[in-house]
Design a protein around this ligand. Structure first.
Ligand code: PXP
Length: 237
C-alpha cells in the first residue's frame, strides 16, 4: 500500500504574509506541489491567521485536484468555513488559540461530547474526519467512540528521539495496530522529515497519509520543491 503525501503549506503562507502581498502565491504553489507528485494539500488556519487564512480554504478548494485537508481547532468560525468549502478531509486538532504549533493529541475522553458532535456534523456534509491523537491506546479507543473516520498520530515525540532504541516507534506501531482493529484509517504528522520518515513508514503498514510542512519547505530551499517532493515520495513508496 502506498502512503500518500499531503504537503502542508502553512510555512509558504507565512512567507507570503510576511510581506503583505500575494507572493509567493499559495494557489500556484499548491498546483505545483500536485504537478510535482503531492497526493494532497493541507493547510491549518489558526485563529490569528498568521499562516494560512480562512479565505485560503476556499481558494484552494477551487483548484486542488488531489485531496484538500483542512486542520484546526473546531471553533464555530473554523467549522463554518470548513462546511462552506467542503474539503475532502478535516483534521481536528486540540490547539489552544496562541500555540506555536500543534504539540499534543486530543484527550478524547474529556472532549468526547464535543468531538462526537463535530464529527457528526462534518460527516453529514460528506467530509472525512480525522482526529489528531497521541499514540495512547486508551485515547484511541475513545476516539473511535466519536465516530471519526481516521486518526492522525502526532509524531513529534517519535521525531525527537535520536537513533538507537526508539520506544516511541513501538508505541506508534501498537497504536497503528489498534487503529486497524477499530476500523480507523490512519494518518500521521508533525516533525516528519527525510531522516525519520522511511523508518516510520516501514514500521507501520496501515499508514494511509502523512502531512508534512516545516521540513519539506526547509528542504526545498536546498533541493528545490520538485526534487524535495520526489525525495519525500521515495521514502513512502
Ligand atoms: N499535522 C498537524 C495536526 C499539524 O498541526 C502540523 C503542523 O501544522 C502538521 C501535521 C505538520 O507538521 P510539520 O510542519 O512539522 O511537518
Amino acid at each position: 500500500m502506498k502512503t500518500k503525501l499531503s504537503v502542508n503549506l502553512n510555512k509558504v503562507a507565512l512567507i507570503r504574509n510576511s510581506r503583505g502581498q500575494n507572493f509567493p502565491n499559495l494557489i500556484e504553489v499548491a498546483q505545483d506541489c500536485e504537478k510535482f507528485g503531492a497526493d494532497g494539500i493541507t493547510i491549518h488556519p489558526r485563529p490569528d491567521q498568521r499562516h494560512a487564512r480562512y479565505s485560503d480554504i476556499h481558494e484552494l478548494k477551487k483548484v486542488v485536484t488531489t485531496e484538500l485537508n483542512i486542520e484546526g481547532y473546531p471553533s464555530r468560525k473554523f467549522l463554518d468555513e470548513v462546511l462552506k468549502a467542503c474539503p475532502h478531509q478535516c483534521t481536528l486538532v486540540p490547539d489552544p488559540p496562541g500555540v506555536l504549533t500543534s504539540n499534543t493529541g486530543w484527550d478524547a475522553k474529556k472532549h468526547q461530547a464535543l468531538l462526537a458532535g463535530v464529527v457528526k456534523e462534518l460527516k453529514a456534509a460528506n467530509i472525512r474526519v480525522s482526529l489528531f491523537m497521541n499514540a495512547d491506546l486508551e485515547m484511541i479507543k475513545a476516539a473511535a467512540d466519536t465516530g471519526t473516520d481516521r486518526i492522525e498520530l502526532y509524531t513529534g515525540a517519535y521525531a525527537k528521539v535520536r537513533d538507537g532504541d526508539n520506544k516511541e516507534l513501538t508505541n506508534h506501531v501498537d497504536a497503528a495496530k489498534l487503529a486497524g482493529q477499530l476500523n480507523l484509517g490512519l494518518n500521521a504528522g508533525h516533525d516528519l522529515n527525510l531522516n525519520n520518515l522511511l523508518k516510520y513508514n516501514s514500521a507501520i503498514s496501515n499508514l494511509l497519509e502523512v502531512s508534512i510542512g516545516h521540513s519539506l519547505v526547509v528542504d526545498s530551499i536546498y533541493y528545490g520543491l520538485q526534487n524535495t517532493i520526489q525525495l519525500y515520495k521515495r521514502q513512502l513508496n
